[in-house]
Design a protein around this ligand. Structure first.
Ligand SMILES: [Fe+2]
Length: 242
């Protein structure tokens, strides 16, 4: 039995309490349950790759497992994963974790880092923090995006993009969800996530698994979009020394 098996047991019984006959909710509970476990595994792999010590590897894995802990209550009470229509699931997740029965397993410093990572896994940027605290926030953001790219269905929409987002993405950069006006805009948001990947380990996986190519292919070959695609390809090539 691994050192953190009991944390998985706790997580499992927490999630099981949200199991329901309501198909809509149940499908989404299972989706987030599986997502959380895969993100925990990716966080652990990334921590291993970064040669973190045993305790740090455990923290990275725990954050991965619990980062979306408030999603279960969110979909049960609000029937949505849209934060703007319910609550900020990063902030709520940290509060949920702070109420959990596993707190005594961590030091005050570790709890602060876990809380910070959960709160900031879904924010535009990571606010200033000490390097160690920042590290765990970066790991969860990368591991989360890796899994999201693996499971996202393609966006079914025409090519009706907001000029503001097009002009922000042309020079390269992360976009804000609040500027999304059309369904098609979500393609631009997804593509911009590649500018928000911290570790080359993650970027390499995204490229190897074809996620970059898939997101690029979803954009048309208009003048603006060709600029966006070329800027992105040049950025990736530079990061990965291709
Ligand atoms: Fe999340």
């Amino acid at each position: 039995m691994s050192k953190i098996d009991y944390l998985y047991d706790w997580f499992q019984s927490y999630v099981r309490a949200y199991y329901t006959d309501d198909r809509f909710v149940m499908d989404r509970v299972l989706l987030k349950e599986e997502h959380s476990k895969r993100v925990a595994a990716s966080s652990a792999s990334l921590a291993e790759h970064l040669e973190l010590d045993t305790r740090q590897k455990i923290l990275a894995e725990v954050i991965g497992l619990f980062h979306d802990i408030s999603r279960f209550r969110q979909v049960t009470e609000y029937r949505t994963f849209v934060d703007a229509e319910s609550f900020d699931h990063g902030d709520a997740g940290a509060k949920e974790f702070a109420k959990s029965g596993i707190l005594h397993e961590f030091t005050a410093a570790e709890l602060a880092m876990i809380g910070f990572a959960i709160i900031n896994h879904n924010k535009m940027v990571i606010p200033p923090a000490c390097p160690q605290t920042e590290l765990f926030a970066k790991i969860i953001r990368d591991a989360d995006k890796l899994d999201i790219f693996r499971i996202l269905p393609p966006i079914q929409a025409d090519h009706d993009y907001s000029p503001k987002l097009i002009s922000q993405l042309k020079p390269g950069g992360v976009l804000s969800y609040t500027d999304v006006k059309t369904l098609a805009d979500k393609r631009l948001i997804r593509l911009s996530w590649f500018y928000d990947i911290y570790f080359d380990w993650t970027l390499e996986k995204l490229v190897e698994e074809g996620h970059l190519e898939r997101q690029l292919a979803a954009l048309p070959d208009t003048e603006d979009c060709v600029v966006i695609k070329d800027t992105m390809k040049a950025y990736i090539a530079k990061r990965l020394s291709l």
